[in-house]
Design a binder for this molecule. Structure first.
Ligand SMILES: Cc1ncc(COP(=O)(O)O)c(C=O)c1O
Length: 453
């Protein structure tokens, strides 16, 4: 094993996602070289809790021999063949299993290479669907501010996080953003129900403004994830679905984060949000992060509508349904079922939320929110709402926490927590205790620098 300085030097040859080019070659990133359970180990051997489960994805936890063995077995038996011309045992098995786990009649699966390509393929499918049906003008997409749907041109265009829009181009001709249902934006004195109704009315108004005959789809994460773990008011998704149904607009539920256990279910749309969408996109937890794979689950009804002569959906990837990734997916689901990880997540999720809420007593924690094993500790300097973001308060907390043994996912002044589903109550206590110390130390920094008294 090379020493950390060498690994860091080598790492600077690699342009990371969201690379800050200004700091090119000067990054001193933590190098993670080993992992086990909910823990990762850096190149100096320090143990850290994996607070974000990698990137909301290592749901079954690290060091799962069953998944590694299934992947190795598949790679030796038959690593790859073209998904255009043949089927493979793991891709068919996984598709059947996903159809069984999915709600309603979402019984067909289009495999992709990750979440962005799943969203991209879902949106392209809606275009194909309407073009084939002789409605080429029906291709506008409605999404929301705070949404993140991916990093291809189309999925990024359907994303709504303004800070991600620097120096890049986006489709604005047929993509429309409506307001986020962030409870923080609820005006004082307005009830949650009235706020929900207002946001739902905005969706309907946008459909009517663009023209129902021109709107193809509404895409929404059940909980806006990297937009800050925004849990919508009760009944919001159900009401949005009803609006979509009224105007013949397809509903795409982007479960790239919420799928595979984060909310205690394989898919959260029906059991948690009371909706059976037309299309579900998923990725991440599908293989527990052991291999890149995404999937688009499409309803039988939609497929029936385009089942005719010449209906070729010309979209796909060399690595669609990669056999090794599908073997990882099957092994992941097997672990989740045999260890009853959904039940475990349902039981420890509320405990994580309850313990994290104790941090609201800290002066710079403005709100702790979330559901299940998705949470966000939002920080702000009272009276100076943007300051905590300007001073990269989340990043400072992460630096302190890493020294103390916890990796945080900092997003400006927010700390996102989405640990592996296997986390125990004791480990949650450990996570929250380190996070508390990290926030206290970052608060001290601001005091010392005279930014906050
Ligand atoms: C809700 C959602 N959709 C899509 C994506 C894109 O997935 P990927 O990064 O696997 O392309 C993400 C990634 O974080 C996501 O959070």
């Amino acid at each position: 094993m090379s020493d950390t300085a060498t690994l860091r030097r080598q790492d600077n040859f690699y342009l990371h996602p969201w690379e800050n080019i200004e700091k090119l070659d000067a990054n001193e990133r933590t190098i993670i070289s080993r992992s086990e359970g909910i823990y990762v180990y850096d190149s100096d051997g320090n143990r850290l809790i994996d607070g974000p489960a990698g990137m909301w994805c290592v749901n079954a936890g690290h060091g799962r021999r069953e998944i590694a063995d299934a992947m190795a077995k598949q790679a030796l038996e038959m690593p790859y063949f073209s998904p255009w011309s043949v089927g493979t045992p793991p891709s068919g098995r996984l598709a059947e299993k996903l159809a069984e786990l999915a709600p309603g009649d979402l019984n067909h699966v289009f495999f992709t290479t990750g979440g962005s390509t799943a969203v991209d393929s879902a949106l392209r499918f809606t275009m194909f669907y309407n073009n084939y049906r002789g409605r080429p003008e029906k291709k506008h997409i409605i999404s929301r501010q705070d949404a993140y749907h991916g990093s291809t041109y189309l999925s990024a265009s359907a994303s709504g996080k303004t800070r991600d829009k620097n120096y890049l181009d986006f489709e604005t001709g047929f993509v429309h953003l409506i307001s986020s249902p962030h409870p923080k934006r609820r005006p004082a004195g307005m009830t949650a129900e009235a706020f929900r109704d207002e946001r739902v009315a905005e969706l309907e108004a946008k459909i009517l403004e663009v023209g129902p005959e021109r709107v193809a789809a509404f895409i929404a994460e059940p909980i806006l994830a990297s937009g800050g773990v925004v849990v919508p008011p009760p009944g919001y998704h159900r009401a949005c679905l009803e609006v979509c149904r009224r105007h013949d607009v397809l509903y795409i539920s982007d479960e790239v984060v919420t799928g595979f256990g984060r909310l205690g279910h394989f898919f959260a749309s029906e059991p948690v949000f009371d909706i059976v969408p037309d299309i579900i996109t998923c990725a991440k937890g599908l293989t527990s992060g052991y291999a890149p794979l995404g999937a688009v689950l499409i309803s039988d009804r939609l497929l029936e509508d385009v089942r005719g002569e010449g209906a070729v959906f010309s979209n796909g990837f060399t690595y669609s349904a990669h056999p090794v990734a599908c073997a990882a997916g099957l092994a992941t689901i097997e672990i989740m079922e045999s260890e009853q990880l959904m039940g475990h997540a349902q039981s420890v999720g509320p405990y994580l939320q309850e313990r994290l809420r104790t941090l609201e007593a800290l002066p710079l924690v403005s709100e702790v929110r979330g559901l299940g094993l998705m949470a966000c500790v939002d920080c702000a300097i009272p009276g100076k709402e943007t300051l905590a973001a300007e001073y990269d308060f989340g990043g400072r907390i992460d630096q302190h926490c890493q020294r103390l043994g916890l990796i945080v996912r900092p997003i400006y002044s927010m700390c996102v927590m989405s640990p592996p589903l296997t986390i125990t109550r004791d480990q949650i206590d450990e996570l929250v205790s380190i996070l508390r110390q990290g926030i206290e130390l970052a608060t001290e920094d601001l005091r010392r620098e005279g930014i906050w008294k």
